[in-house]
Write a protein that binds this ligand. Sequence first.
Ligand SMILES: Cc1cc2nc3c(=O)[nH]c(=O)nc-3n(C[C@H](O)[C@H](O)[C@H](O)COP(=O)(O)OP(=O)(O)OC[C@H]3O[C@@H](n4cnc5c(N)ncnc54)[C@H](O)[C@@H]3O)c2cc1C
Length: 407
Amino acid sequence: MEKTFQQSIDDLKRFYNFSDVELKILEQVDRAAEELSLSEFEHHINHEVNPEIPKIAKKYNLLGIPIGKEYGGYGANMLIAVLCNERFGQLSLGFPTFYDVDVFIGALSLQRWGTEAQKEGYLKPVVRGEKVLAFALTEPDVGSDPPAMATSYEKRGDKFVLNGTKYLITNGSIADNIIVFAKSKENKRDITAFIVDTKRKGFSVEMHLGAKIGLFTSDTAMLGFADLEVPSADVLGEEGKGLHVAYSALLNGRLGIASGCIGVIEGSLNAATARSEERVQHGKLIGKHQLIQRHIAEIRENLEMAKWPTYFAAMRKSVYDKNPADRAFMDEMDLRTALAKKIASRLAFESADRAVQVFGGFGYSLLAPVGALFCDSRVTRIYEGTDEIMELKIASKLLGKDFEAFT
Ligand SMILES: Cc1cc2nc3c(=O)[nH]c(=O)nc-3n(C[C@H](O)[C@H](O)[C@H](O)COP(=O)(O)OP(=O)(O)OC[C@H]3O[C@@H](n4cnc5c(N)ncnc54)[C@H](O)[C@@H]3O)c2cc1C
């Protein structure tokens, strides 16, 4: 088992009672990450989406970790899904971003809001690794302010007809089903979540977003919906209450992002430490220069600061999920997941930056693994709620609803 990953498990064992099944899942996670490391770096260098990511998730049976046994999953604590993303985050954010959207956001939303028929038809195949999910909220002109979305729907008989464009959608061109948010043409306050089958007429991948400054191995696409028909049986949650679906999905999503960030910090620490013990300048190992030791100490401190709010939020989330109607608990989860994401993403980017500094000129290269962590981690301060939105959320939880400076 990889050392820092084992350390996380050992630390947690002091107060979390892992089941035998959970420990076995974590062994599988570690093996799967080892296998993904063989292809992930090469695809990063070539700026390509890594097709091995969903295949390895399926091969090692990782897609049902937090999903109930009745739907083919393990029913494990959210902490185990968090540890899964942590381990893969040591390589890059390619896998954690895929897994965040497919499982943390997608599968868990189907489990929470889906009808039994939707769980049968859409959730179970995702858990088996036969289908991939995406989540389409953002548009070219609308990101932090979802209620302003332009994608529309119209009810025609027992169908809904969707029109619009969604932008920056992870897994967008590899997904079989996409949770798409659209606004009623009749009542502009009604936003509904739809499960869209990407084989339907009217769906198109308008553009693959390859010109990113990192996260090359993760699929990001712009999607078009032109008079696309969705049967009313594929409305997710209540009609007009799509934002409830979106915001509850993002509570899980923030945990998925925070946990990938813990992995980035571990990857940065491992690489910076190894380099400090190899590279000689001014007649001694650079690790013997105290200013290099400061970088290592700071990354180690970052790891400690990122881990515990994320683990705590994950454990609380598993308790909350048993009674999601509890309004006060939901507020607590909104705060805890925002804290975890904001803290972990800032510290991941800072740690990767420090690791690049320890590597010197070679660090500023696509050929250095720390370069991948640096490029990939920047986006964590943007997607699924920017730093600024997280800050506003955290402050308003303390000041009260009247002080909410965002929608
Ligand atoms: C690689 C990648 C993958 C993504 N995957 C997905 C996905 O799968 N599904 C999906 O729906 N979206 C996805 N996104 C979109 C992402 O969630 C948005 O980029 C993000 O929510 C920010 O929206 P925006 O880019 O439109 O920025 P804007 O909302 O235009 O924000 C611009 C700036 O203004 C600030 N700002 C906005 N409002 C306020 C305010 N009220 N107060 C203070 N500051 C404010 C922001 O914090 C930011 O700094 C992805 C993005 C990227 C880069």
